[in-house]
Design a protein around this ligand. Structure first.
Ligand code: NAP
Length: 284
């Protein structure tokens, strides 16, 4: 039997539609800061802008030269913090050149109440405490949780294996699964014999950026596979999982594209609405 297809596209449309009345009432404004001209970033930004347009949310792109200095970027971040008409903003990653090395110092400057990417230590720390405090979680892990929950896939008591330990996907999704009482195994590039762990997974989440990293010999029958990876192979977008082969064993699987990607965008916009609500609560 073919696996159940977990479409992020349909669910993202549902999430976006549910935001519309709040956007109309609260009129939040998202600002996207792009440093340089990385083509993949330009594509992601276009998708974010289109999603904003589809629900009537204000969204402005602030384009800075690739040669922008650390000092100028810090000044830009502080100005966004001080601008009362900016609800939330994101610094589109990856940053070019030396700025990439300075990401922790840059994130430290972001007002946590405007941190709609959920990358600051404050918002990550809150998420660490419990699911109750996941107010502005990173968008991709939040999208994965939505996908599992919408599909009625039980997390509690299940063995969840996360491959990848980045600060924006791997680590936060492992924490969010732990908050929901999964038994979590986190793997990364120093993990020896990856298959030994992936074979145990009831839920397998892969966020690495390596096509065909997960093959059919590495999974057990009935596994739920969430493929976060985005890779271009011979001009085609593919994930980290050998989709055709792993599908023969999986109980459910996300397509790439059309799986986690659209949910990342929807959850970012949801964070912007939540940021506005929390800013209003804070003032009252
Ligand atoms: P990242 O920062 O490059 O992290 C990749 C992680 O994979 C690291 O933790 C790395 O381990 C681990 N890794 C590398 N080689 C490995 C191997 N052979 N076996 C096991 N683990 C290995 O990437 P990211 O930002 O999390 O993104 C991961 C992928 O997801 C990329 O393809 C990216 O484009 C995609 N992505 C998609 C979305 C979406 O919306 N669909 C959103 C964000 C990212 P170490 O830490 O030990 O180096």
């Amino acid at each position: 039997m073919p696996p159940r297809l977990l479409s992020g596209k349909d669910l993202s449309e549902k999430i976006l539609a549910s935001l519309k009345p709040k956007v109309k009432k609260l009129d939040p404004r998202l600002v996207i800061v792009q440093v340089g001209d990385e083509p993949a970033s330009t594509t992601y930004i276009r998708k974010k802008k289109e999603a904003c347009e589809s629900i009537g949310m204000r969204c402005d792109l602030m384009k800075l030269k690739a040669s922008t200095s650390f000092k100028v970027l810090i000044k830009t971040i502080r100005a966004l913090n001080d601008d009362a008409d900016v609800t939330g903003y994101i610094i589109q990653l990856p940053l070019p050149g030396a700025l990439h090395e300075n990401e922790p110092q840059l994130f430290r400057e972001i007002d946590p109440y405007k941190d709609v990417d959920g990358f600051t230590a404050y918002n990550l720390g809150k998420m660490f405490i419990s699911s109750e405090f996941e107010h502005l979680p990173p968008a991709t892990p939040a999208g994965i949780i939505e996908l599992l929950s919408d599909a009625g896939i039980k997390i509690e008591g299940k063995c969840a294996v996360v491959v990848g330990q980045s600060n924006i996907v791997g680590k936060p999704i492992a924490t969010m699964l732990l908050n929901r009482n999964a038994t979590v195994i986190q793997c990364h590039k120093f993990t020896e014999n990856l298959a030994q762990y992936t074979k145990q997974a009831d839920i397998l989440i892969v966020a690495v950026g390596k096509p065909n990293l997960i093959t059919s010999e590495m999974v057990k029958k009935g596994v739920v596979v969430i493929d976060v990876g985005i890779n271009t192979v011979k001009g085609k977008i593919v994930g980290d999982v050998d989709y055709d082969e792993v599908s023969k064993f999986a109980g459910a699987i996300t397509p790439v594209p059309g799986g986690v990607g659209p949910l990342t965008v929807a959850c970012l916009l949801r964070n912007c609405v939540r940021a506005k609500e929390r800013q209003i609560d804070r003032k009252s």
